[in-house]
Every structure is written in structure tokens, then in C-alpha cells.
Design a protein around this ligand. Sequence first.
Ligand code: AGP
Length: 608
Amino acid sequence: MCGIIGYIGSRNAIPVVLDGLKRLEYRGYDSAGVAFFAERGIEVRRCSGKIQELASLLESENPFSHTTIGHTRWATHGRPSEENAHPHRSNGIVLVHNGIIENYLSLKKMLLGKGYTFTSETDTEVLCHLIENYARRYPLEDAVREALKEVKGSYAIAVIKEEDPGKIVGVRKDSPLVVGVGNGEFFIASDIPAFLNYSRDVIFLNDGEMAVLTNQGVSVFGSDGSPLKKEIQTVSWSPSMAEKGGFKHFMLKEIYEQPRAIADTLRGRLNAERGDVYMEEFGLNEDMINRFQKIFIVACGTSFHAALIGKYMIERVARIPVEVDIASEFRYRRPLIGPGDLMIIITQSGETADTLAAQREAKKLGAFVLSICNVVGSTSSREADAVFYTHSGPEIGVASTKAFTTQIIALCLFTIGVGKIRGTLSEDASRDFVEELLTIPGKVEETLGLDEMIRIIAKDYCKASDFLYLGRGLCYPVALEGALKLKEISYIHAEGYPAGEMKHGPIALIDEELPVVVFAPHDILHEKISSNIQEVKSRGGKIITITDRIDDQVCTFSDRCISVPPSNQYLTALLMAVPAQLLAYHIGVFRGCDVDQPRNLAKSVTVE
Ligand code: AGP
């Protein structure tokens, strides 16, 4: 996610803003910039790369300004570059933005018709010109308000106007924005760490609210322009805690970010009324989709588990054969892939060496390569024929959580779009699926409400030396993912297994010491998974059942029972992954492990 910081006060604002940007570096970024009032009006300085490069650029000038806004960019539209870096400018209007403007293309077309020219590929520049267009007739606050009425999407913005020095206007919708209140100095930022060194007094803005910062103070207005009386709250966080949004670890913060990450990944990709998915978001057209003979999906680790879920979904709904491979195995098995086939690469980082090698092999053999990736400008995204970006924001915890659930969302969108085009998914069925997709951020939020209950379960089982995870159908990959989460952050040996395989070996493991996590949704395999639970029970195993029904019969045979909200068979797999993430996280914490940076692991495995 991008980082925003603005300052007004008696200090030289530029070092304050640079310091604030440094404190937002944890959010991940690929370019940075500042805009400040100088003698000749507003000056803008931007560069791709790290904040240090921006600081060096400014050092030579050594400018002084009482009003400055700054930005670190996490690219969503347009590759990382100086032209795409913020702040963006339109005549006397300069702004920084965090979020996604869904209807930026239609707005851009309208603005081009008004004679505006564009120098970047970003959605933000569109917003800048739109505000400038209104600022010709209205004061800055009203111009911002009028422009945002035309905008669909998420935004946190800070805007300044050359003819209106000493003022910063900030507005938020679905992206965070907070105001820092110092002693005669005022801050506006994406997150508290940006100004925590200067003030702990914070005004939290709600969606639609506007903050106007001047040397005299801060005024807050509702979306209709009415003045609001906002409480100033004092935060007691340490800077390190503030970077984690008050969470103890990045991993927990990212588990809790999943509702927003899923909402952002869905944003601008579908039409709810028609139940349509915009397949151009995948870089695919109808002709291509109708021509694919076979689909290959290749990934590593958690992304591989998402790939397995994709296989079940695509084959069941779109009726295209899907082969899934661990990336490090793919290119050594002399795969029968070629022109007419689609290769889907799933990778959070876009830099995993094994995955890149498989991607290059598939490309060399003539397949069309689609990358489902979380990092704009990453190697996988640049080398693929098409890219679908999951907008989960930077994932800092080594254990992948929000990337996994947004990858499943991406695969759901792909499945719906392909199923509709190939005629295997009816209008009604796709509308139902899209409708259910839109409920998932709320259902994940509801599932996060189980956190304390799961923490207590984790405490009871954190001393186990082994775990077994069982699932059937779409929950088999979830069992693999749950086991991976546990082993990589708690160092407990854990295995994920298709529950139907119990009798072929793993049942020998069952005894009173072995906790068995069973994913038991009420789908067509429920009776079978219930029998598996009985098998474990009758041999004294300790059963932690994750179901989607509170009064589930299987809970009477379980030692612990966790129930997630019901959903369709595909999205239930996503919802069931969340308790597994929380269970692994809490067990890791109880065992005193470094859950954000587990031993021996790297966030991105860039070597084979
Ligand atoms: C998952 O928690 C691990 N961090 C790891 O398995 C990861 O999923 C794998 O290395 C793939 O990374 P990628 O998605 O960035 O390619």
C-alpha cells in the first residue's frame, strides 16, 4: 500500500516529511516523492527507488518550506518509474493518493476531451486533473469534494493548491488516513508511525470525511461539507507497534487485513448486476479463452495450494482440463505443454526462482503465460504475456496469508469469467457466484471474530510435537496450507493429507498425543469426512474440527469445534483457511517463535 504524509507548521516541513516517509517504508514501495511550497510556487521532486535517493536529490537544493506533502508508491496501475511516482500535478493542483480509482479510464477519456494531457499511466493523475478542473471554479475544499463525487474506488488523498499556500486538504474512502495534532503543527498521513515522533494526538478520519489543515489548526467536514467535531485520541503505541497498526506481528496484521485485501482485489473487476467478470483484467479475450485446450498452473508453497484450489474450481465450473505442478518439478518432467495451452503462474512476490524458471520454460514451449501476482513490476509480471494483480498490498510476514486468500479470489474471478464465456456457467449461476464473492470480506471479518477462541485452542495444543491436517475436495489444499502455516512458524512437524487417504497409512499415527485438524464443510463429501472424524475419534486422536455450521453433528465427536460462516463450496475453502492461519499464528507465539521471520526462511525464495 502507498504511504502518504503531509505537514504544516513552523519547522522546515521537508525533513519532517522525509522522516515520515522513512517510517512508512514497512508498507513497501518502489518510488517516492515530495511537493513543497517555494518562492516560485509548488515544487515537486520524485524518483523511483528508495527514499534515500529522494533525500539526496533534495540535499543539494536544501529547500525550506512550512507546507509539504510526500508519498511512497506501491504500484497498482503503471509500472514503478519516476513518471508514475507521486505527487502528481495538474497546473496549480498537486496531490498524493493511496488507493484504486476504478473508473479512471472513463474519467481519463472525459478529461482528454477537455484537453488535458497525461504524462503517466496512473489512475492518480486522472484524479489530479479532475480536481484541477473543478478548482478553476471552486475553492480547493469544494473542488476536491465535487471531483470525488465522480470517482468510484478507494482513496486516501492529500491535496495542495499553488494559489492557496499553507493549506492541505485530505479525504479518505476505504484507504486509511489519520491526522496528527502537534503543538502548532499538523500532520496528515496514511498511518500513525509517520508522525509518531512528533505527536501522539490523533484524529481518526472516517470514510467520506475531509480534513483541512492550515497553520491555524485542523477542521474536519462530512461528505456533505458540514463541519464535524472530532475527538482527539492519544495513542500509547511504540513506533514498532505503530508500524504493525497496533498488532504484535505483521503476520497477525496481515491476517486481519484480509477483508480489505479481498475487497481491493475484487474492486473494479466485476459487474455485480450482470454477474460478469471483466476478463480484460486477466489480459484475456473471448477468442483466446475459447481456444485454450488445457490449463497448467505452477507455483510454490502457499501459492501452490492456491493453485490446487484453482484446479478443482476451473475443472468443475469451466470444464477445462487443469494440470497443477510444483514449480521446481515442472520443467524437469518434460511437460507436454505448447501453443494453445494456458500457463497460469501464481506468485505473491513475482521473484520466486523456481516459479520464474517454470514460467520461462512454458513460454519457451509456446504457451500463453498469465501471472497472478501481487507485486507490480516484479520479474514474473514483466515477463508474462498477461498479469492479474492481487491488490493485497505488501505482505511482510514470511508466512503468506492475505496473498493466499486474494489468490483464491483471483482464481474465482477467472473461473467465473471463463465459465461464462465457454457457456459452462449460466447467467444465474455466475450472478450467484459474484454475489457470494462480494459477501466474502464481511464473512472473513466475521471469521476473525473467532480469534480469541482459536488462541485458547492454540494454548491447549501448542506443546504437541506433531499435527495432522485432513480435508477432502477443495479442503484438501486447505489442509496442506494449514499444515504449512503451522510448520513454518511454530516448527512443529505437521502434515496435510487428503482425508480419504487415512486408511492408506496416516491412521497409524493416531493416538492421544496427536492433534488432528479436520476441515469438514457441509458439502457433498460431508458424510465421508464425518466418518474420518469417527475413525480418528475411535483411536483416541484429539480432534479440532473446522466446519461451516454451528450445530454440526461432527462437533459432538470433536474435542474442539470452530465454525466459519457458510458460503459456496469454492469460497468455503477460503474461509476455512483463516482459522488455520490464526491457529498457526497463536501456536507459534505460544512457542516463542519469531512468527514474522521464522528460522531458515526468506520471504521470497529467489534461489533454486
Ligand atoms: C508460504 O507461507 C511461504 N512463505 C512460501 O511457501 C511461499 O508461499 C512460496 O515461497 C511462494 O512464494 P511466492 O508466492 O512469492 O512465489
